[in-house]
Ligand binder design. Structure first.
Ligand SMILES: Cc1cc2nc3c(=O)[nH]c(=O)nc-3n(C[C@H](O)[C@H](O)[C@H](O)COP(=O)(O)O)c2cc1C
Length: 134
């Protein structure tokens, strides 16, 4: 099992409907191949973690990378893992600039990333959230 984390940049800021559609398709596809993960959107920046069987993660990443809605995908981390950090989400999601019903963006992200035990993975998401929630 591996976990791959990458950042990329949207061609243009995606509407809520466009993001909803990406999530709907992602959850359906990921579930079918036992991929789980988290997507955080901050302005035009994406930070996404994909974890699961190596072949499924790489196939998923190759497809995502070829998606014309974003570009400049850079892998931050790609390694073997013994345990999932996002086992409960086919694709968890948090728009970094938009708080949920109540509370703050920082709290929402903190809640989402709480299950991450790997300190490096945690740091990527915490830093990204801090930067884009500002
Ligand atoms: C930022 C971003 C993240 C994405 N994440 C996923 C994902 O986790 N899983 C997935 O299957 N597709 C994801 N997609 C969509 C894929 O690029 C692609 O459109 C989709 O997998 C095609 O699925 P389909 O052949 O079932 O229509 C993502 C796209 C973007 C722009």
């Amino acid at each position: 099992m591996i976990r791959l984390i990458y950042i990329s940049t949207a061609r243009s800021v995606l509407s809520e409907q466009e993001l909803d559609e990406i999530l709907r398709v992602s959850r359906r596809n990921n579930q079918a191949v036992e991929v789980t993960g988290l997507l955080i959107v901050g302005g035009r920046r994406f930070l996404q973690a994909l974890e699961g069987p190596a072949e499924a993660v790489m196939k998923t990443y190759d497809r995502i990378k070829a998606d014309g809605r974003h570009f400049a995908a850079v892998i931050l981390s790609d390694r073997e893992i013994a345990k999932r950090s996002f086992s409960e989400w086919a694709m968890g999601y948090q728009p970094a600039g938009m708080p949920r019903a109540e509370g703050t963006v920082a709290n929402d992200v903190a809640e989402l990333i709480a299950p991450i035990t790997d300190p490096i993975v945690y740091a990527y998401f915490a830093e990204f959230a801090k930067k884009h929630a500002a």
